[in-house]
Ligand binder design. Structure first.
Ligand code: DC
Length: 210
C-alpha cells in the first residue's frame, strides 16, 4: 500500500500523513525534509545556487543529523528548500531514495505514506491512494502564523502570507516536477475543516482504496 499526499505549504499534509501512518500502520516519509536538509547544507556551506552539480552533491550528502536539525523548520530553510527543489539535478539526486522508501518500507509496516509536492505525479505515480490537500491562502497563512508566533511574537501575518504565496508560486511554476494535483488525486480542501474532520475525510478515502 502506497499513499501519496501532496499540496501547498501549510495545508496540513504532514499532520494528516502522520495520523494516517499511525491509523494504517504505514511508514511515513516527509519528503520536504529532504529538500529542507539540502537547503540547510547549501546555506551552511555557502554553496553557489547557480552550480547545479554542487547543489545536487549537497542533496546526495544529506546526513541523519541534517534531517533532524531543528533549523529545518525555519522559514528561511523552507524558502531555500523551495529554491533548491527547482534544480532538476537536485530532484534527480533525491528521487531514488524516495521511490525506494515507498516500495521497500522498513519491516513491520503494511506500506508507506509520503508527503510532498510531486509524490502522486512523479515519485509514486502508481500510488494506491493520492490526496491533494489544499486550503485557502488566508487559512494556511493564519495556521502558519499561529505556529510561528508561538516562538516569536514579532512575526506579522501579512508577511507570512506574502512569503507563502511566493513559495507556492515558485513550487508550482518550476519546469521539473511542479507542485500539482495528479489527475486521479482526491482533492481535500481543509479551509473549513478542523484537523479531526480532515483526518476523518482522508481516512474514509484511504479505506475505500483498501
Ligand atoms: O513541505 P515542505 O514545506 O517541508 O517543503 C519545503 C520545500 O521543498 C517546498 O517549498 C518545495 C520542496 N519540495 C518539493 O519540491 N517536492 C517535494 N516532494 C517536497 C518538498
Amino acid at each position: 500500500m502506497i499513499i501519496a499526499i501532496d499540496g501547498p505549504a501549510a495545508a496540513g499534509k504532514g499532520t494528516l500523513a502522520r495520523k494516517l501512518a499511525t491509523e494504517f500502520n504505514l511508514a511515513f516519509l516527509d519528503t520536504g525534509a529532504l529538500y529542507r536538509a539540502t537547503g540547510l547544507r547549501v546555506m551552511r556551506n555557502g554553496t553557489d545556487l547557480a552550480d547545479a552539480q554542487a547543489v545536487a552533491a549537497e542533496a546526495q550528502n544529506i546526513t541523519l543529523e541534517d534531517r533532524e536539525n531543528p533549523a529545518l523548520r525555519d522559514e528561511a530553510t523552507g524558502d531555500m528548500a523551495s529554491k533548491v527543489s527547482a534544480i532538476p539535478e537536485v530532484r534527480a539526486a533525491l528521487l531514488d531514495y524516495q521511490r525506494n522508501f515507498a516500495t521497500n518500507p522498513p519491516e513491520g509496516f503494511f506500506g508507506s505514506i509520503l508527503d510532498g509536492r510531486d509524490i502522486g505525479t512523479v515519485v509514486c505515480p502508481n500510488a494506491d491512494a493520492k490526496i491533494f490537500v489544499t486550503a485557502s491562502d488566508e487559512v494556511r497563512a493564519h495556521r502558519r502564523w499561529l505556529e510561528l508566533s508561538a516562538k516569536d511574537n514579532t512575526v506579522q501575518e501579512a508577511v507570512v502570507l506574502a512569503e507563502m504565496q511566493q513559495r507556492d508560486a515558485r513550487d508550482a511554476a518550476r519546469a521539473t516536477a511542479p507542485m500539482k494535483a495528479a489527475e486521479d488525486a482526491h482533492l481535500l480542501d481543509t479551509s473549513n475543516l478542523a484537523i479531526d474532520a480532515a483526518f476523518d475525510a482522508a481516512k474514509e478515502f484511504v479505506s475505500s482504496k483498501f
